[in-house]
Design a protein around this ligand. Structure first.
Ligand SMILES: *Cc1c(COP(=O)(O)O)cnc(C)c1O
Length: 375
């Protein structure tokens, strides 16, 4: 089956009591243990509503197994906790999602884990590997400049050295990019973003081989970051439109990026789907389309806060991946905590705005972005 069909159908557990065609929401936290082969409990990550979501994402990511968490951070930290112990070294990208960066800075040291932060570049990643490196953890496309990492090349470097690989696939979604097919071991998503897609829930998911999930599971159960049946069911419903939403957001983002690249008042557009983007070839090789995220640099004369206030349709907001378009200024949001010098090194200045393209009409969005350029 193709992804549009898997988005709708994979994982559904029909209701055997009523004959309903949707997965019934089973809200129990207490289950019969005498006549059930498996003891069910929300924190054991084995509710049918949790499992329906896991099965759908596994089908879309071509993964054997997975676990659904109460947030993206719970999913990420489960991978770190399962794969890294005292004395190990990890290679992480510089400029990862702020929460991931923050966790690595504060919690790795507590646990005796060493870390290097490197540029999103195959050679830099290879260079940082040592004898005790156990994990390479990346994002692609990256936030907020949409840099592309060659996933297959990194997987090959890691495999040759026996290093585990994990990727935060939130920006691409399972519709556009499947890192397990390219040789990665773990794929995680903040399901709060595109998977949920309506800016109304918080979840995270990890998928990998049976073997890795079997090892991850007891750690995850100990930490306890599971999600309730209602939220899992809401996520399952949202996922039925995932392929449609991603397709539309990608189309819109390409049209917007093309229009903005020609606009006075915008000095640079970052979108890997533009043929002029130096990363276009790698992106086109590993992604089926280029996604809904893009960023752009306003001309120095335009005040970025005033610009956002002049927008009529696009909402200034943190988070991303909803059906509605949202915009944010990374220096004031995702990268607020980062020291100025580090931000400058990454190329993230006050004039940079990040757009999460929704599924509205592309013409309406372009008109809004352009009318706000004039005052
Ligand atoms: C939001 C986000 C996370 C963290 O997810 P939460 O659901 O907020 O815990 C991780 N990675 C990326 C790329 C994100 O955008």
């Amino acid at each position: 089956m193709k992804k549009a069909s898997l988005s709708v159908h994979a994982g559904t557990r029909r209701d055997t009591i009523s004959g309903g065609i949707n997965t019934p929401i089973v809200t129990s936290s207490a289950f019969d243990y005498l006549d059930q082969p498996e003891v069910r409990y929300p924190r054991y990550f084995n509710l049918s509503n949790q499992q329906a979501v896991v099965d759908k994402i596994c089908a879309l990511e071509t993964a054997e197994d997975g676990m659904l968490f109460s947030s993206g951070m719970a999913a990420i930290t489960a991978i770190f906790s399962s794969e890294l112990k005292s004395g190990d070294h990890a290679v992480l990208l510089a400029g990862l999602y702020g929460g991931t960066h923050d966790w690595a800075i504060h919690e790795f040291a507590n646990r005796g884990i060493e870390v290097d932060f490197v540029a999103p570049d195959t050679q830099a990643i290879e260079h940082a590997c040592r004898d005790n490196t156990r994990l390479i953890y990346i994002e692609s496309p990256t936030n907020p400049l949409l840099r592309i990492v060659d996933i297959k090349a990194v997987a090959e470097i890691a495999r040759a050295r026996g290093i585990t690989t994990a990727i935060d696939n939130t920006f691409a979604s399972p519709i556009l990019q499947n890192p397990i097919r390219l040789g990665f071991d773990y794929v995680m998503h903040s399901a709060t973003k595109y998977l949920g897609g309506h800016s109304d829930l918080c979840c995270g998911i990890v998928v990998a081989s049976n073997k890795r999930i079997t090892r991850l599971r007891p750690t995850a159960v100990r930490y306890g970051g599971s999600v309730n049946a209602q939220t899992a069911a809401l996520l399952e419903r949202s996922l039925k439109t995932l392929a449609l939403r991603i397709e539309r957001a990608s189309e819109n983002a390409l049209l917007i990026a093309t229009a903005l690249a020609d606009s006075d008042g915008i000095s640079q557009v970052f979108y890997p789907g533009l043929k002029s983007d130096p990363q276009y070839a790698v992106a086109a090789r590993q992604m089926s389309a280029f996604g809904g995220m893009l960023s752009f640099e306003l001309a120095a004369a335009i005040d970025p806060v005033a610009y956002q206030r002049r927008l009529k349709l696009i909402a200034p907001a943190v988070s991303l991946g909803g059906v509605e378009s949202t915009i944010c200024q990374p220096v004031a949001t995702s990268h607020q905590k980062m020291p100025d010098a580090d931000r400058q090194q990454l190329g993230i200045g006050p004039s940079l705005l990040r757009l999460s393209t929704g599924i509205e009409d592309a013409g309406d969005l372009i008109e809004d972005l352009q009318q706000a350029l004039g005052d």
